[in-house]
Design a protein around this ligand. Structure first.
Ligand SMILES: [Zn+2]
Length: 289
């Protein structure tokens, strides 16, 4: 395979890629505020950068589609700039994309998500693709790919140091686009309500979820401590995420897609209750299993 970018192939090459069971990766970003010190497009930029770094190791094993730039960002609407896609649209859009790709013979898909707000919609879409097509579709939030590396270098407090436009995202931006980071405006903002079950952090997230309007729980738009960010941490995180993605693709390629078994069929081979309208009718007539 000459490239890892889906768009750069011809239809004949796509046919060949599907026949060799390549994993198709669909990255998702978001356009929304990232505090006073970072630009709106952080989430797209990060997944794009991870894709770029992983691509040379994934030639012949994976293809990246273009990044979907927008996502679910309603919780950021009190700050200027967010463009939010409603959840039902995002689920349908992601499913449409996945089903189109499966239609061409690909059986292994991965949604690579750059934005926490997208996770619920993409989770449902990936499940629907897996359960209603011949393919499987996994979902990975990019930061889980780098978790082990980041936990080692983390300096900010728990809970709260790592949530949004925080030590993690700011470090990554310093490593890849320092021209877009205004560190003099980066300040600690950890003011959300917390308790036994509710807090905000990525490592680990709280066991109970509550997505509050960001303007209620953050003054600057950031949640976390971006003042602890460094370019060196960002470099290590990006490398770890790219390595993690390569490992995940290998795992998905090795994942056995076993035949489904319809247990409505009886042991004797007769078709049982519920497998067709005719059988249901027969069963109701007293001739079922
Ligand atoms: Zn972000």
């Amino acid at each position: 395979m000459k490239t890892a970018w889906y768009e750069e192939l011809s239809w004949e090459e796509i046919r060949e890629a599907a026949a060799s069971d390549v994993v198709v990766i669909v990255p998702f970003g978001s356009v929304e505020q990232h505090g006073r010190h970072l630009p709106l497009g952080v989430d797209r930029m990060i997944v794009e950068e991870i894709a770029r770094r992983a691509a040379p190791s994934l030639l012949g094993a994976a293809l990246f589609t273009p990044v979907v730039p927008f996502g679910y960002a309603k919780h950021h609407m009190d700050f200027p700039g967010a463009a939010s896609i409603d959840p039902e649209h995002l689920i349908a859009y992601a499913e449409d994309l996945g089903r189109s790709i499966v239609h061409h013979g690909f059986r292994r898909l991965l949604f690579l998500n750059g934005h926490g707000g997208n996770a619920s919609a993409l989770d449902l879409a990936s499940k629907e693709i897996t359960l209603q097509s011949d393919g499987i579709c996994a979902l990975a939030n990019w930061w889980v790919l780098a978790r082990d590396e980041f936990v080692k270098s983390r300096e900010s407090e728990f809970p709260g140091g790592i949530s949004h436009a925080c030590e993690l995202e700011t470090s990554v931006m310093l490593a890849m686009r320092p021209d877009l980071v205004e560190m003099e405006k980066a300040e600690r903002d950890i003011n959300f309500p917390r308790g036994r079950f509710l807090w905000r952090d990525l490592f680990p997230p709280s066991p109970v979820s509550l997505l509050d309007a960001w303007s209620r729980i953050s003054r600057t738009g950031a949640i976390g401590d971006p003042s602890r960010a460094t370019a060196e941490k960002g470099r290590l995180i990006l490398e770890a995420a790219a390595r993690g993605l390569v490992d995940l693709v290998a795992e998905l390629r090795g994942y056995p897609i076993r035949p489904r078994v319809d247990h409505h069929a009886t042991a004797s081979g007769e078709v049982g209750y519920g497998s067709s309208a005719a059988t249901v009718a027969a069963h109701r007539g007293g001739q079922g299993p």
